[in-house]
Ligand binder design. Structure first.
Ligand code: ADP
Ligand code: ADP
Length: 234
């Protein structure tokens, strides 16, 4: 067994990270996806990429994201369906920032069943608003591959430059305080109810996302280990 496969964990299901903006979903989901060798699917990253490339979708979603509102469900679902039709998701995938509405969650259930997957494993990141504001105001992201930093808690070795690939670090326009207020309101109104939806299905776990990156990572690995015997395929 190689060193990589020794640490590799099997996922074989859809893993969903729920939680408010700034809770640490991106940081953790990138690591877990790498560890499990499955795609990391961030709908926010996909929309930002469409904006950078200047596609029709990018032009449609840019003003919506700037206001801190949610992108309409039909645009989100079309993009997700297209992404999941690629062959790399046979052993599972990690969703970061999706689903965000009840309609998205219900449509995802149907897509998963069609792809031969059972219920997803869902982890809710819980953290108070004070910490979210601090994390969002200090967030800097690599413009090349999206590596996430924080000027207070996880700074790069050289200011403004990504440790991993030397890319330029940027601040997201929607991390400005006025927009953050809107995003938190959208989360409370449209996304928070999903925790109950998944709790009723018996697939919801919770992590204390106020803990350090390492502690949250450890808690997530425990959750995955407990789920490993229960394969997520139908
Ligand atoms: P989300 O994807 O939920 O919006 P991110 O993973 O982008 O959250 O994290 C938001 C900010 O908080 C980033 O700057 C990141 O470096 C930082 N961060 C993430 N997790 C933690 C943690 N457990 N403790 C302290 N800072 C964190
Ligand atoms: P964060 O990780 O900080 O919560 P994201 O990168 O997930 O931010 O999302 C940024 C923005 O992209 C959201 O405010 C919203 O406008 C849009 N977006 C991303 N995913 C979705 C989704 N599943 N449904 C609707 N809008 C979305």
């Amino acid at each position: 067994m190689s060193a990589v496969s020794a640490v590799r964990m099997a996922l074989n299901r859809a893993l969903i990270f729920l939680g408010p903006p700034g809770a640490g979903k991106g940081t953790q989901s990138r690591r877990i996806a790498e560890r499990c060798g499955v795609p990391h699917l961030s709908t926010g990253d996909m929309f930002r990429d469409a904006i950078t490339r200047g596609t029709d979708l990018g032009r449609m979603v840019e003003p919506i994201m700037k206001r801190g509102e949610l992108v309409p469900d039909d645009l989100v679902m079309k993009m997700v369906e297209q992404r999941l039709s690629q062959p790399d998701s046979a052993n599972g995938f990690v969703f970061d920032g999706f689903p965000r509405t009840l309609a998205q969650a219900e449509q995802l259930d149907r897509i998963l069943a069609r792809k031969g997957f059972g219920k997803p494993l869902v982890v809710d990141f819980t953290v108070g608003e004070d910490l979210l504001l601090r994390r969002l105001s200090g967030r800097w992201t690599c413009s090349v591959r999206g590596e996430i930093y924080n000027i207070y808690d996880a700074p790069p070795k050289n200011a403004g430059i990504c440790d991993a690939d030397g890319g330029k670090l940027i601040q997201r326009p929607d991390d400005r305080p006025e927009v953050v207020k809107e995003r938190l309101a959208a989360y409370e109104r449209q996304t928070k109810p999903l925790a109950d939806y998944y709790r009723r299905q018996g697939v919801l776990d919770t992590v204390n996302a106020a803990a350090s990156v390492e502690e949250v990572g450890r808690a997530l690995r425990e959750i995955l280990k407990r789920a490993e015997g229960r394969d997520g395929h139908l």
